[in-house]
Design a protein. Sequence first.
Length: 879
Amino acid sequence: MLKRITVSQLKPELSKQYQPAEVETKWLDFWQEQQYFKADPNADGEAYCIAIPPPNVTGVLHMGHGLDETIQDTLIRYHRLQGKNVLWVPGTDHAGIATQHVVVEKLHREGKNRHEMGREAFLEEVWKWKEEAGGTIGRQLRRLGCSCDWSREAFTLDEKRARAVRVAFKRLYDKGLIYRGEYLVNWDPVSLTALSDDEVDYEDEQGFLYHLKYPLADGSGTITVATTRPETMLGDTAVAVNPTDERWQHLVGKMINLPLTGRQIPVITDDFVKKDFGTGMVKITPAHDPNDFLMGQRHGLPMINVMTDDAKMNNLAGKFAGMDRYEARKAIVEEFKALGLLEKVEPHPMRIGRGYRSKAVIEPRLSKQWFVKIAPLAAQAKAAVESGEIRILPQTPWEGIYFNWMNNVRDWCISRQLWWGHRIPIWYKKSDPSVMICFEGEGLPAEVAAAPNEWVQDEDVLDTWFSSALWPASILGWPDETEDLKRWYPTSVLVTGHDILFFWVARMVMFGLELVGRKPFTDVYMHGLIFGKTYYEKIGQDYKLIPPMQAREFDISGEMPKNVEAKWEKMSKSKGNVIDPLEVIGEYGTDALRLTVGGYAALGRNIDLDWRRFQNYRNFVNKFWNAARFVLMVTEPLKSEEFRRGIESCSLEVEDRWILSSLNKVIIKSTETLDRYEFDQYVAGLYDFIWLNYCDWYLEMVKGRAYGHDEAEESHRAARTTLLVVLEHVCRLLHPIMPFVTEEIWHIIRARVVNVEAGVSASGATSSLFGDCFAAPSLCVGAWPKPSLGLELADSEETIALLQEAVGAIRNIRGEMRVPMEMKVGVTIEHKDAAGRDQLSRVRGHLRSLARVDQLKIEETAVAPKFASTFVSGAMTIL
RNA sequence: GGGCGGUUAGCUCAGCUGGUUAGAGCGCCAGCCUUACAAGCUGGAUGUCAUAAGUUCGAAUCUUAUACCGCCCACCA
């Protein structure tokens, strides 16, 4: 009989329920002390490097990070286990607009104003805020178990990155790829800054189409134009019709008395105008509409800006001056009505652009801005993906979207009217602003230093994404040819949500190729976005949002009342559908969180995050923990010396061979799926192996075997050895996604094998299955398991005999059950043409009639020109 | 307006190149504190695989159309 000792006698510290909190802090400290994540460019091994997508420095961890960092850490730990020279550089982003906003609002609450404070003082405030808030995200990343090299932590606005930015700017400037120009930019009237096209979010809103009548100057009547924005008519400088529009040819060249302004404007023709929209006549306001701007340029029309930078009407707006744009709209419509010039107003769906941070309605605005010429950069960036040098995963649809974007790029407006950011390294001569100096060094250019009063630096800063675009290179020391850069550039993979493909990924590729001369990464892995369940109570026709506390109850129970409807929506605080990773960690542990998001991370899918999954994986972690407790109990009588003779020296029973064979399969599957970024498959494979195969079957069989036998028997030694071998391998396989509990268990096993008897060294193990794995002091620097040869169950009769034997053994302990025993049945048929197909069908039918084949895979391969060989294989369930 | 993806059990999802009886977790029903685990074990119920047609000996899987949901892109005033 197995010695009747209980786990609590044996290891009182191993609680029945896994307690994540202590275990996690213990290993976090241990890893930190041992500096396992510190990378050395001179170390051996293939280079593997990831640059973290830098979270906003003042942000807090949200579930998107939970997913993003889990995937990266899983990859990093996996490749580290494979013996590569791994570097994961952490860092944070200064997030220009977002951060400046927060500080402006904070000062506002304190009754201060940045303009009164001045630039210097304000920036000091921002830095102060950054220092206070800036550590949070880093600490939270650590809690997630991120195995970053913290000694290389970077910030997009620190001195090294600032230098990279200046050098990049200067090189692009000297090459003529950066220029200053007048342009109609997306103006955010709240942040008072220009935004790039990608920083504008569009929403469908119900607006109105106003049909305005403009009188012809010759008094021959009026024409009607349609507009959604009547207030801009004050800046109209033409009315356009399509050149092929027969109806209005007689008007072309005539002048119009523009109401309310006293100005006359011409009727012109332009292809842009659609004949079938509205009346086929369009008012042209070059200073307030992107299309009109282009048309204005084509026709040399004057550009009249009628608004101030905070979207009020300016003094060119006559009596409307000072009004907010929406007040002005009302007032102008009223005026038209009063003049009898308002033909009609009809509801009209329209798309409103809003600043992605301030949510203010964007006002197109004429101003001088800095631009990067994108066309030449885009050509290279497109080619790199076309040639396969850079892979975008999942390929569909993102590669197509990438190409589409690269084909339709507009120049990138990089100047922002903010203070928080990299200041544009340009100085203008006061006496002649067209004289400029671009300087990449620190401090002032020599000419400016010599005559500081004659020069002035550009007031604007660069778009945050300018420094982000340099990130993979700048974190490795570029523009210097550092050891790090040589060793780890290009980085291996970039992991990010698909929402920033254009903001960031595309620009990194462009800058990497142009400035460093090499691509910034080899793979781009785009994961889905995370959605949260939002609950609405239906009251009559209306829906009312269910508050977060109650929503969480529905989340946990998975049930809700009949009058409540659930919808998956992007997580946002106002919706109350946010799941806080730290709350999850506190409740279920980091491993469970990581397993959950990893298990959801199928290529190319958005994630509808269901709270109940956390519980599911928490239970899994606990199951694994308890399996380990059992194994430790059962293996107690096993002397380490005996154990170390290795698994080859045991005479294995069929179930031992079966579980080892399954282990082999799961090793192969784990390796393949991780190589292909199929995290969901990786998690599912191990989940099933541990719960279904190892726990439900193998452990139970071992128990059955134990009764009525002498524990000193060879059979016991084989079982205990197998138990321990499988457990140890599983620790290593799961470590990338589930680092804490595996590390804990692995160390206990290690202590059992290595340290039980004095004088036994770690490397003394002879078993090829164990190899030298215990020579490593931690799973963090261990070795990824390799599939072992010779453990596959043999085919055919021998296997069947073995299986029957196993079934007998199982029936003894558990009655009649099905055994998920897998085997291959191979039949090779050679046939010619269609004639052979009949034979093939008969064989298939025969196999089916056995009614025992779970799965039947048929591979047809041509082995010779005139022959096809068909190999039929299947997995059988023995009853 | 173009392009893409999804629709499988009450809920959240697997099901990869077509193969026989479509799976898991949660929930539900019955029975279990069996000496690893009640965060568990055993057994059970539950599906016209969105709809329709087509290809095939055979379709959740391939083709086509339709419906609904979602995403991306686009200059329609």
